[in-house]
Design a protein around this ligand. Structure first.
Ligand SMILES: [Zn+2]
Length: 153
């Protein structure tokens, strides 16, 4: 049996890579890169400075360990035989990723429209509301609970 055949046989009953694995792997490698930068700083710029070099060494170890833990965890998931559980983890990850993307997009929208709209919360139910600016006194009706209130825009 060739190496390739053995590898295929080995992976057959195993979960393999998914989007969560790519995220863990990517974050792990970025963390290792940051660790590398810290160790260069510790032995270069901060070398003569006792406190500085210790601080950068600690940062190096933190990022190094974090990166290794993520990459090891990623590998354990890829070679796992508990396919159902890994699939559920990936689904949870995708769900959280979408929520973060939505939040991020709404922050960008707010920033782009900051001169045109006020963003406020309904005093009764907390629903986020977008209100035009510079219209004088206006009555707002909450789109969720129907609460009405007046603001100066
Ligand atoms: Zn409301």
């Amino acid at each position: 049996m060739s190496f390739k055949e053995r590898l295929i046989r080995f992976m057959q009953s195993r979960y393999g890579a998914d989007e969560y694995a790519r995220f863990l792997n990517g974050t792990g490698f970025v963390s290792l890169l940051i660790a590398l930068v810290f160790t260069v700083i510790a032995s270069g710029l901060a070398a003569g400075h006792p406190v500085g070099s210790v601080v950068f060494r600690i940062l190096y170890w933190l990022f190094y360990l974090f990166g290794i833990v993520l990459i090891v965890y990623c590998m354990m998931r890829i070679f796992s035989k508990n396919i159902e559980k890994r699939h559920a983890e990936n689904t949870r990850f995708l769900y959280k990723k979408k929520a973060v993307q939505r939040k991020w997009n709404s922050l960008i929208d707010r920033w782009k429209n900051r001169k045109v709209y006020h963003y406020l919360k309904c005093p009764r139910c907390g629903q986020s509301l977008r209100v035009p600016k510079n219209k004088g006194k206006i009555r707002i009706t909450c789109s969720k609970c129907g609460e009405q209130f007046i603001i100066r825009s």
